[in-house]
Design a binder for this molecule. Structure first.
Ligand code: GLA
Length: 383
């Protein structure tokens, strides 16, 4: 059985619910763009230490549709943020809004690309299918905007690594989250064939095919959404930096391989990096049992040593581990709620899906690699 057939997924299938919403909002759209979300298959909370991580882009993501303004006197960028049910004519003053406000983040992305909203004479509608936490909705939002702008010939040109550094700064300064580089890279360099091994120190990205014959990754929501701009993410980073310093290591690098570490957060980052390498081997060998065992160990480490799980994520992953057809379960991304990542036998998925719904976890889907940001055809899906 071919589970991940190479080749781009049907464009109409990409975040289709969001496509329907943006084209309904802007039936006369002249251009449309898609940026995927991402699931990190292994290697959480090590990207900001220059670690090697293993994310995969998704067919779920963010969609933007745009219409050029016919006349200059209509003003600059007008945005319909459909998921927030808000419409706004943006201005540079939006940079003064509170941290994390979508208008501030959007204008900050423009500014980082050398633009102001006043100089982008378009009406755009944006919607996404990544809500709930852990699938990188923020980076997807920023990238759909940045890559659509380039498609219109607007803003400075950047390769994926330099754009990721820019977006990392925007996220820190305008959303208050001192994140790493993984999310924008996982999205901008996403492939339709599988995952990516991203070396955040060396600046390299290597495609990694999913070698399983019958197993697939699935995502199940734990029922508790999360926000990172409440400071939780920055707090765990600060705690880690203090532990690194305390044991005499550099504050922004992984402890050297084989170094003896004592503090629990250091045990997590060191063991998580080892699990990424083992996970790459298990993926290449198509060994679902081995990859699943690494996922279980990763969850334990993130929960106990790093302290980023929640009771709901623990309950969901423990439930999953006890069910037939599940190879492993872990939180994915930053933690503190949101989506959990499972490795399951495809044949078992319909029954598993029913069981999760019956136990209070109805939001679930199979994770399919979604490629990189790209223009969407306007064709039959609108108008
Ligand atoms: C968030 C951050 C990433 C990364 C993950 C945890 O998604 O944006 O940079 O640190 O958490 O792996």
């Amino acid at each position: 059985m071919t589970l991940y057939s190479p080749g781009a997924p049907n464009p109409e299938g990409l975040a289709s619910a969001a496509q329907a919403r943006v084209f309904e909002a802007l039936p006369e759209a002249q251009s449309a763009f898609f940026a995927p979300g991402r699931v990190n298959l292994m290697g959480d909370h090590i990207d900001y230490l220059g670690g090697v991580v293993l994310p995969m882009s998704l067919t779920e993501g963010t969609v933007l549709a745009a219409e050029a303004k016919a006349r200059r006197d209509e003003g600059g960028l007008e945005v319909w943020a459909l998921d927030a049910s808000e419409k706004a004519l943006l201005s540079s003053k939006d940079l003064e809004r509170p941290l994390g406000d979508w208008r501030r983040r959007l204008v900050a992305v423009l500014a980082a690309l050398g633009l102001t909203p006043e100089t982008v004479p378009f009406r755009i509608a944006i919607s996404g299918t990544l809500a709930g936490g852990g699938l990188s909705s923020s980076a997807s939002f920023a990238l759909v905007l940045a890559r659509w702008l380039r498609g219109e010939g607007l803003g400075e040109a950047h390769d994926s690594w330099s754009l990721a550094r820019i977006l990392q700064t925007v996220e820190r300064d305008h959303a208050g989250v001192a994140c790493g580089l993984m999310d924008p890279l996982a999205i901008d360099l996403g492939t339709v064939d599988g995952a990516l091994r991203l070396d955040c120190e060396q600046g390299t990205a290597t495609p990694v095919a999913l070698g399983f014959s019958e197993a697939v990754f699935a995502l199940v929501h734990c029922g508790v959404g999360r926000r990172l701009d409440d400071g939780a993410y920055n707090r765990v980073r600060a705690r880690l930096a203090a532990a690194l310093a305390e044991e005499g290591f550099s504050a922004d690098r992984l402890p050297p391989q084989g170094a003896r570490v004592r503090a629990a957060p250091l045990r997590h980052v060191q063991s998580e990096q080892a699990r990424v390498w083992a996970g790459c081997e298990a993926l290449a060998a198509g060994d679902a049992a081995a990859f699943g065992a690494l996922m279980d160990a990763s969850h334990g480490s993130l929960a106990e040593d790093y302290g980023v799980s929640l009771p709901e994520l623990d309950r969901l992953t423990a439930l999953a581990r006890g069910l037939p057809g599940v190879h492993g379960a872990r939180l994915t991304g930053a933690g503190f709620g949101g989506w959990a990542q499972l490795l399951v036998e495809l044949d078992a998925w319909p029954e598993l899906h029913r069981t999760f719904a019956a136990k209070g976890f109805p939001k679930a889907f199979i994770a399919t690699p979604g490629g990189a940001p790209r223009a969407l055809p306007l064709g039959s899906s609108h108008g």
